[in-house]
Ligand binder design. Structure first.
Ligand code: ATP
Ligand code: MG
Length: 200
């Protein structure tokens, strides 16, 4: 059998990297991050420097597709919205929260007048919890979600498309890095999370 040329080796390697990629990689995915671009030896050090820089800005955020959106059959549309925006799904499960689970997750709101209704809503059916990763993932996800009150959410946002009102608003997203860390740990242990950032 003929020896592999450098070109065919690179082509095969790029295909392997693609197969090994996680659940989805949106249009905004970066070829440097994902290893699609052929890597020349002379460019390896600068590629590594770019990758190091990327690690600093890449964030993770917790998303929940709430019971109303799951019941509407909107899981696929919402996940596609994340992917199209360049966010990568690195963990995901379909679960049905029990009362303790919902109370614990939204404990920050336990003194609010809407807390009992919120817990009833969040336990009314299955939800999809996922970890999204990408540059500025926390703010990007909040932007995709739209305003808390679905009736006030900007046209085209997930809440405008699939929410109903201020309570039944289709999705949850972490509101900051500390919250994201706590919320991700609430639903996922380390072995349930794929780790493309570390794999750079
Ligand atoms: P989330 O935390 O779910 O991403 P959010 O950060 O936009 O939403 P929060 O103020 O944290 O909004 O409220 C948590 C959730 O509680 C809302 O998403 C909504 O489901 C519910 N909620 C908030 N305000 C009200 C309200 N005034 N009446 C009823 N439900 C509310
Ligand atoms: Mg919130």
């Amino acid at each position: 059998m003929a020896a592999w040329s450098r070109k065919s080796y690179r082509t095969a390697r790029a295909a392997l990297v693609r197969v090994a990629s996680p659940v989805c990689r949106g249009e905004g995915g970066d070829p440097v991050k994902w290893g699609h671009a052929p890597i020349h030896a002379s460019k390896q050090s600068s590629t590594r420097a770019v990758a190091e820089e990327r690690k600093q800005t890449v964030e993770r955020t917790l998303s929940i597709i709430k019971p109303d959106a799951v019941a509407k059959g909107a899981i696929g549309d919402i996940l596609k919205t994340f992917c199209d925006a360049g966010l990568t799904i690195i963990a995901m499960k379909l679960i049905h929260l029990d009362e303790d689970g919902a109370r614990g997750f939204y404990a920050v709101h336990k003194e609010r007048p809407f807390f009992t209704d919120l817990v009833a809503f969040m336990t009314s059916g299955p939800v999809v919890v996922s970890v999204l990763e990408g540059e500025g993932a926390i703010a990007k996800n909040r932007e995709l979600m739209g305003a808390t009150d679905s009736t006030q959410a900007e046209a085209g946002t997930i809440r405008a498309r699939f929410g109903t009102d201020i309570e039944r608003n289709a999705v949850h997203g972490s509101d900051g890095p500390d919250t994201a860390r706590i919320e991700i740990g609430y639903f996922f242990n380390a072995s349930e999370i794929q780790a493309p950032v570390e794999a750079l």
